[in-house]
Design a protein around this ligand. Structure first.
Ligand code: TRP
Ligand code: SF4
Length: 340
């Protein structure tokens, strides 16, 4: 175990996937990608992939999918994911994942899949397209994880049932066929990044998410117009309540404003009506600029580097494939799928 108490075993295989349904937002950036970058240390194997098959369960525009995939990888690289230290790939470059999913589906009871909360969520959002891919979504995810023998999977809270399903599939297989899969641990990405409207930052909502590539001037404008503050605070000379009533601006200050003293100064100034919401928002956006500025600079250099990105995905796919193929061969053998 890591001496710092982070839950990491000394030789960890860290894996996480993202669907290519849109572009990266500031919530992904703070909550996930910054952690991915930190995991890149000697001794760790890091696998970060774009779950393009999972994207197909709810997404139909091929051009947009291809574009999103490349753009997300550019974001990953600009944020500090290093193809020399991480395996960066598209799920679809590893056909053995689909094969493994097929084998796992043979030991997965159907009933569990339609009762799982993530399934109910997906069909609530897409009532007109309840396809079989949505039903088997968690089994494919289990194949993503178990194929490269991941030990640690950092995910958002909404993914807990899927990871639990992967764990239980691994245990079940091991019980039936002998030790084969590593049981992965999950690591919850606990921080909840508030969007402009105060709800958790998510991909699609118009007045909620901040695109990591949007110019700072646009982000500033959006915060000034739409960022939810303490709605009961009518004038700057009224005291505000940063902790309980300010829903979007203050909670984000707490996440990104460097130094506890600095955040406390803002909170006190608000409580004592010494700072107005406009100034407070300006300071917040200055903080966002400090984080996104260097990122956007690196990102701009990748804008026309599609070939380089494809090459990175190609190489990453080859590396991931070696790992997954090895596991899949063992599974085939154990289940009796071998030609003698
Ligand atoms: N379902 C995940 C999400 O929507 C994405 C994903 C696919 C994933 N396969 C994975 C995450 C494997 C972690 C591990 O966020
Ligand atoms: Fe929120 Fe800042 Fe306004 Fe206080 S001053 S209510 S913390 S935006």
């Amino acid at each position: 175990m890591c001496k710092g108490g982070c839950g990491m075993k000394s030789k960890s295989v860290i894996l996480s996937g993202i669907r290519a349904t849109g572009r990266l937002h500031f919530g992904n950036f703070l909550g996930a990608v910054q952690n991915f970058v930190k995991f890149q240390q000697p001794g760790n194997t890091c696998l970060y992939f774009i779950a393009d098959w999972h994207t197909l369960t709810t997404f139909q525009d091929p051009k947009e999918l291809r574009g999103n995939l490349i753009e997300i990888v550019k974001d990953y690289i600009a944020a500090g994911l290093d193809p020399e230290r991480s395996i960066i790939y598209a799920q679809s470059s590893v056909p053995e994942i689909a094969e493994l999913c097929l084998y796992l589906s043979m030991i997965q009871p159907f009933g569990d899949l339609v009762r799982i909360p993530t399934f109910k969520d997906l069909i609530r959002k897409n009532p007109n397209n309840v396809n079989l891919g949505i039903v088997t979504y968690p089994v494919l995810m289990a194949a993503d994880i178990l194929g490269p023998r991941a030990t640690l999977v950092p995910v958002g809270e909404d993914q807990i049932p899927n990871i639990e399903l992967a764990q239980s599939l691994a245990r079940k297989f091991n019980n039936h066929f002998g030790d084969t899969f590593v049981i992965p641990d999950m690591m919850m990405q606990m921080i909840r990044v508030p969007g402009l409207d105060g709800n958790k930052m998510g991909k699609s909502e118009a007045d909620n998410a901040i695109d990591v590539n949007s110019p700072i001037s646009v982000i500033r404008e959006r915060y000034l117009k739409k960022g939810i503050t303490d709605i009961e605070r009518k004038r700057a000379k009224d005291p505000g309540d940063p902790y309980n009533r300010c829903q979007s601006v203050y909670p984000l200050h707490e996440l990104i404003t460097i130094g506890e003293a600095e955040t406390r100064t803002i909170a006190t100034a608000c409580l004592e009506a010494r700072i107005g919401c406009v100034e407070c928002k300006h300071r917040l956006v200055d903080g966002i600029d400090k984080i996104l500025g260097p990122f956007q600079e690196a990102r701009a250099k990748l804008a026309d580097k599609n070939d380089q990105i494809r090459e990175i995905l190609h190489e990453g796919g080859k590396k991931a494939r070696v790992l997954v193929r090895e596991t899949t061969m063992v599974v085939r053998e154990k289940m009796g799928i071998v030609i003698h």
